[in-house]
Design a protein around this ligand. Structure first.
Ligand code: ATP
Ligand code: MG
Length: 267
């Protein structure tokens, strides 16, 4: 899955990443969905181990343009995990109280504790994306945030948090189709907002803001993956693989029993 990394310190152009890519996976959608089910079973086991062991913390950051598929990833990739050990934190327009603090205040307090996986549905990156595109704060303020984010994520990493950041990369045409599908289906109207059409007009500004954010904040301790996301099955496959490989790499073990259990009989 290394091919989807944004390599720290290397040149990076978002426009050179193909949202349609299906890598060297030859099976197509049908085989892809099967592979996802297998990975999901592994993920469930690994997550239970993570929870039982209680040593590692895992932070998964999801960012995307509207309709990019953050909700779908949360639903499908994390299907069947133990809700006691996996939480989702969503970041909406900041409240007055949140705006009265620094931009990381609301973020830090929902980061994972030992044994937990926390999924960020949007994140502190909004503060260098939507905020930059709309000039909600002056450039002098947002331009300092890349470094602040790197330092913040370094603190988390050095205190036992594994950070994985995924940008779900869709094309502008794909977004059009997905917005239209939401309009056409009354059960999806709740997901539609006229504001999404206004944001769509700013597509190029957002792509530029994403490109800079991904380039400046992909670090060894908190790398970005640009996930080809036009095909939902491939998007889910890539993220599932990265998660499973990362958790397997932690070499976790179930904790030893609290007391010796040899010869213990349940009467
Ligand atoms: P989503 O679009 O993520 O699926 P949603 O449609 O349920 O979620 P929205 O209210 O559309 O909810 O999404 C949250 C909105 O909050 C987004 O438009 C996002 O850009 C905005 N937002 C998030 N963080 C910030 C921030 N720090 N400053 C300004 N706006 C923000
Ligand atoms: Mg929305």
């Amino acid at each position: 899955m290394k091919r989807y990394l944004v390599e720290p310190g290397k040149k990076f152009k978002l426009s050179e990443r193909n949202p349609e890519d299906t890598g060297d996976f030859e099976g197509g959608k049908k085989e892809g969905l099967k592979a996802i089910v297998e990975l999901n079973e592994k993920l469930q086991t690994l997550q239970e181990l993570l929870y039982a062991e209680g040593r590692h913390k895992v932070l998964v950051v999801l960012q995307a343009m509207d309709t990019g598929g953050k909700d779908g990833v949360i639903r499908r990739v994390f299907d069947g995990v133990n809700p006691q050990g996996v939480k989702v934190a969503g970041f909406k327009v900041p409240t007055a109280e949140e705006l009265a603090h620094d931009f990381l205040w609301r973020v830090h307090k929902v980061t994972p504790g030992n044994g937990e996986i926390v999924i960020f549905n949007r994140s502190h990156y909004e503060d260098v994306l939507v905020v930059r595109v709309h000039n909600y704060v002056p450039e002098a303020v947002w331009s300092k945030r890349y470094e602040q984010i790197n330092e913040f994520e370094k603190i988390l990493a050095e205190n036992g948090t594994t950070i994985l950041k995924f940008f779900l990369h869709i094309s502008k045409d794909e977004q059009k189709e997905r917005l239209q599908a939401r309009l056409d289906d009354p059960t999806k109207h709740w997901k539609f907002s006229l504001g999404d059409l206004e944001e769509r007009k700013l597509w190029d500004d957002y792509q530029a803001a994403y490109e800079e954010a991904l380039k400046k904040t992909s670090t060894v301790h908190a790398p970005w993956y640009v996930v080809p996301a036009n095909r939902k099955w491939y998007r889910d496959l890539v993220i599932s693989r990265v998660l499973v490989e990362t958790l397997e790499g932690m070499k976790m073990k179930y904790p030893e029993p609290r007391e010796p259990l040899d010869g213990v009989v349940v009467e």
